[in-house]
Design a protein around this ligand. Structure first.
Ligand code: PA5
Length: 447
């Protein structure tokens, strides 16, 4: 059953149906490149078949380990960044109750910033808690999670002793390569494998995302079922049968017309981190070779009171995709008051969802009138299946969109530039030459 819909009926002032039809061959060819593995980055297409191909034994192993952690830990610290962080965070925020402290174990993320205060506050908060750690890095060499894990490992070993600490640390990394794999082998950590042909930002449906999600008490079998439904729903080669292809075509048409930023505007707070995950997925996949749609995210209605003005009347270089959950889990009504002193009795008896829906309709009409091309992604509910479909929808849409844009959606050469500079400036072996030149530049620039 379909649980993710793309509605672009309001786009007709900006993109004609003929124009959209015109993109059918581009969608078809992109889809064939994925199917035949004939496009650039074809050694990173493992994500494509994951929902159908994931080994049930792996799912069982993840679930069993998750149960073990659930029974003994109050907190699971997940150490990772980028694709090794955002998918799990997005899923947990989407599917769990809003207030973390209501859940056991709490899932806390670290290693996605470089900040002593964050880490020391975190460790301070763990004093009376039972702790487990999942360190996640495909390369096993990323600086941010690497240094955070050093601190956390040291803390764990001080607290539990080396052997017990090792039994509470789970590594998720490459099957054979990298420093983390070596460390896991040496210390005897339990370890999950990230398939070599699945890139970081496409890895939410591997143990990278699935293990923390399972520890949070979420049914990963149902999540994979949803992704598998997504596989069937979004495999068509034309925009009539495949909404992922249709969405990919639409954004490319708009981009070529000068709408260079896509604003994903959500209407429920549980979608905030879906946006963060999507921003990485789309931005790292498409922003290269001097091209690429800039993916931005807004949280409505909160941001209507900060960036709503810009969206209504700013530079007309953005198109907007609304994202909404159709059925919320609860439904609170606005209460009536006899005195009506705040003048809000006209809303009494209406649910927050009725009101939010009117906010959506009002925004859609206003932004259309303001010259913003708008469309809507509607999600059925906050269930595992819907989320599985949504993850797969975005992965497929971004891959198709990247191929239509004529880039390799599966590499990220640009991410290396800052890393190389940082390594050189920090004095990593092998970067001696660059170090001198960069140190001189920072001195000249006074930074
Ligand atoms: O999509 C990607 O490949 C990156 O964003 C990575 O996920 C991120 O840099 C973290 O890399 P790693 O898992 O190797 O630590």
């Amino acid at each position: 059953m379909q649980k993710v819909w793309f509605d672009d009926r309001f786009m007709s002032d900006f993109v004609s149906s003929d124009e959209l039809e015109h993109y059918n061959p581009a969608v078809e060819s992109a889809q064939k490149m994925l199917e035949n593995k004939s496009g650039p980055g074809n050694d990173f297409l493992g994500w494509l078949e994951l929902p159908k191909a994931i080994d049930p034994a792996t799912l069982k192993q993840i679930s069993e380990k998750a149960e073990q952690i659930r029974s003994k830990a109050d907190v699971l610290i997940c150490v990772g960044i980028g694709g090794s962080y955002l998918g799990a965070k997005a899923a947990i925020e989407y599917l769990s109750p809003s207030f973390e402290q209501m859940r056991k174990p709490q899932i806390i993320f670290a290693g996605h910033t470089i900040n002593s205060d964050y880490l020391s506050d975190l460790l301070e908060s763990l004093k009376d808690k039972e702790v487990a750690v999942n360190v996640i890095s495909k390369s096993g060499t990323t600086t941010e999670p690497g240094i955070a894990f050093r601190v956390i490992r040291h803390w764990m070993e001080q607290r539990y002793g080396r052997k017990e600490a090792a039994s509470r640390i789970i590594a998720t990394t490459d099957p054979s390569k990298g420093a983390l794999r070596k460390l896991a082998n040496e210390e005897g950590y339990s370890a999950f494998e990230i398939p070599g042909d699945v890139g970081g930002r496409f890895s939410v449906l591997t143990p990278v995302g699935l293990f923390p999600i399972a520890v949070a008490g979420i049914d990963i079998k149902k999540l994979m079922e949803g992704a598998s439904q997504g596989y069937d729903l979004f495999k068509g080669r034309d925009i009539q049968s495949n909404i992922a292809g249709r969405y990919a075509a639409m954004r490319n048409i708009l981009f070529r017309r000068g709408y260079t930023t896509e604003v994903m505007a959500t209407f429920q707070p549980q979608l905030h981190f879906i946006n963060e995950w999507w921003k990485q997925l789309a931005g790292e996949s498409e922003g290269k070779d001097g091209t690429g749609i800039f993916p931005a995210g807004l949280d409505y209605t909160t941001d209507l009171h900060s960036l709503g003005q810009w969206m209504q009347e700013g530079v007309r270089s953005v198109f907007e995709t609304f994202m909404l959950i159709k059925n919320t889990r609860s439904s609170i009504c606005v209460p009536a008051f006899d005195d009506d002193s705040d003048g809000l009795n006209y809303l009494a008896g209406k649910t927050f969802e009725d009101i939010n829906n009117k906010a959506y309709q009002g925004t859609l009409l206003a932004h259309l009138d303001g010259g913003v091309p708008v469309s809507t992604l509607m999600l059925e509910d906050r269930s595992e299946q819907t989320l599985g479909q949504l993850f797969y929808f975005f992965e497929k849409a971004v891959a198709l969109s990247g191929y239509i844009l004529r880039v390799n959606p599966f590499d990220q050469p640009g991410v290396e530039a800052y890393k190389k500079n940082m390594f050189a400036l920090l004095g990593k072996a092998g970067f001696e030459k660059q170090r001198e030149a960069l140190a001189q530049r920072t001195k000249d620039m006074g930074v």
